[in-house]
Write a protein that binds this ligand. Structure first.
Ligand code: GLU
Ligand code: ZN
Length: 320
């Protein structure tokens, strides 16, 4: 049996908000309860949404909250060679192929008549079209992205929160991008390669990534990775309108609340209340949350961020 190992994998696309903080806290509490090792991986592959300083700020904020992880921190921006190697294997085995379709090509194919529940799925236009990347460049005059073939068959994900769920990737988006046009690994490939290299076998994250788990299981199978991963996909924190926590719900960044004198104990208390660990909003220490942590009582439904949550952080005024 391999050691149980988990990781925090923040994307430095902005500051940490209360929703991410809750997911990371629960990952920490699960790891602490079960004695898992905890790694830190910063998902900083360059992209328009990556912000300078965000990575350092997020690490500082997570440490302020009382989360702990092993050194060294892993940065995806330094792992390019490993992603290239995985792509080379998938291409060699005939699973990955260059794709020069524009976003528009993919969308207009999806609008074609008789598109059924596979609507929006990549139609596979470049499957078998090019011999290799050089051929794609020659024929199309542009740098190709790389996609991986998926099958018209269910991929199963066993999740500790959602139960056993099956996804048919052919209907759910179709062959997906694993390397972007600029030559950078896409999220799905990078996660699989990094988790395997670090021995990660426990993944805790938001349930917006549940279908990604199916894509990742597909890639893991193609790459010959056999150590099973246990998943916990947690329901997200949403605003009163039912949409995932974001700017439209006001400033929910941890940094903003800290600037406005919210204490760590209040933040932990609110996150604990949101996680079914405390019966009402009140300040709490990490040690207390760890004591009362009960995996069986994790909320199975979304948490709604409301005005009393905001007021509690700023004033310490308690409420149900
Ligand atoms: N970096 C991703 C995020 O912040 C999480 C990726 C993962 O846990 O697989 O949403
Ligand atoms: Zn294509």
């Amino acid at each position: 049996m391999s050691d149980p190992i988990t990781r925090l994998a923040p994307s430095p696309t902005g500051a940490l908000h209360l929703g991410n903080a809750r997911t990371f806290l629960l990952n920490h509490l699960l790891a602490r309860r079960h004695g898992w090792r905890m790694l830190m991986r910063v998902e900083d592959l360059p992209g328009p949404r990556i912000k300078p300083h965000a990575a350092a700020d997020m690490l500082e904020e997570l440490a302020w909250l009382g989360l702990q992880w092993e050194q060294p921190v892993i940065y995806q921006s330094a792992r390019r060679a490993a992603y290239d190697e995985a792509l080379a294997k998938l291409a060699r085995d005939g699973w990955a192929y260059p794709c020069t379709c524009s976003r528009k090509d993919v969308e207009s194919a999806a609008l074609a008549p008789h598109a059924d529940d596979a609507a929006g799925a990549y139609p596979g236009a470049c499957r078998g079209r090019y011999a290799d990347a050089a051929d794609a460049r020659r024929q199309s005059g542009q740098d190709p992205a790389w996609r991986v073939r998926v099958e018209d068959a269910p991929v199963r994900v066993n999740d500790h929160v959602a139960g056993t769920v099956e996804f048919n990737l052919a209907r759910l988006g179709g062959d997906f991008v694993i390397v972007r046009r600029e030559g950078l690994a896409a999220y799905q490939l990078a996660v699989v390669v990094d988790d395997e290299a670090a021995g990660v076998n426990r993944i805790v994250r938001g349930d917006d990534l549940l279908d990604s788990a199916a894509r990742q299981e597909h890639l893991r199978r193609l790459l010959g990775m056999t150590d099973p991963i246990e998943y916990w996909h947690l329901p997200l924190v949403v605003g009163p309108d039912g949409r995932r926590l974001a700017k439209r719900h006001g400033d929910t960044r941890l940094a903003w609340f800290r600037q406005h004198h919210a204490t760590r104990e209040r933040v932990l208390g609110l996150l604990g209340f949101w996680s079914g660990l405390l019966p009402r909003r009140r300040p709490a220490e990490m040690a207390e949350l760890a004591d009362v942590f009960d995996e069986a009582r994790l909320p199975q439904t979304q948490v709604v961020y409301t005005r009393p949550d905001h007021d509690f952080l700023l004033t310490g005024r308690e409420g149900n």
